[in-house]
Design a protein around this ligand. Structure first.
Ligand SMILES: Nc1ncnc2c1ncn2[C@@H]1O[C@H](COP(=O)(O)OP(=O)(O)OP(=O)(O)O)[C@@H](O)[C@H]1O
Ligand SMILES: Nc1nc2c(c(=O)[nH]1)N=C(CO)CN2
Length: 157
């Protein structure tokens, strides 16, 4: 079994429920080890949209990297994700952040996720799940300390 880290986000409808549904569907093929708190996060990239709810999780799986991508995309499709503008609103978005020590720069599957280090909505929940994580040769704590001031708060705070 390989260790994997995923990021999940939603900003349409009941975002928390959408994420809970995605977690249920993910459990069919991956063993979830730890899920972060739910975070309300300022939209990044395309700002004229509602805030997101984001989480990160650690899991174990026997799926190969591209099988995992396909599985995540099937869940997005099952949940009727409709593509609009780039970085725009979505019912559910599941990104593969890390897959054991696998590395790829392929456009269809880039791992470690190429934009994860600059995104507080990824790094803050991930830090909660695995504070000692290394991303390549950089400690996640160092990445956290370098983040710009993008707004993020735990749901309910
Ligand atoms: N690590 C990865 N996890 C998920 N999808 C990936 C990854 N690397 C590349 N992709 C590809 O990205 C494509 C577009 O994904 P998507 O529409 O979710 O992008 P986005 O969420 O708008 O942007 P971002 O990738 O910056 O989060 C997918 O078709 C998928 O093949
Ligand atoms: N806060 C936040 N902003 C985003 C998100 C997201 O999940 N959370 N996803 C995006 C597309 O990848 C673009 N912008």
């Amino acid at each position: 079994m390989k260790d994997i880290y995923l990021s999940i986000g939603s900003n349409i409808g009941d975002a928390k429920k959408n994420i809970e549904r995605a977690l249920e569907l993910l459990k069919e093929k991956i063993e979830i080890i730890k899920v972060s708190s739910y975070y309300e996060t300022e939209p990044v990239g395309y700002v004229d949209q509602d805030w997101f709810i984001n989480i990160a999780l650690k899991a174990k799986t026997d799926l190969k990297p591209w099988e995992l991508l396909k599985f995540c995309q099937e869940i997005e499709n099952d949940m009727k994700r409709v593509k609009t503008v780039r970085f725009g609103p979505r019912i559910i978005d599941i990104d593969i952040l890390l897959y054991q020590d696998f590395e790829s720069t392929d456009e269809t599957l880039a791992v470690p996720h190429p934009r994860m280090k600059e995104r507080a909505f990824v790094v803050v929940p991930l830090f909660e799940v695995e504070p000692d994580l290394m991303v390549g040769d950089v400690h996640l704590k160092e990445i956290m300390d370098r983040l710009e001031g993008e707004q993020i708060r735990k749901l309910g705070d």
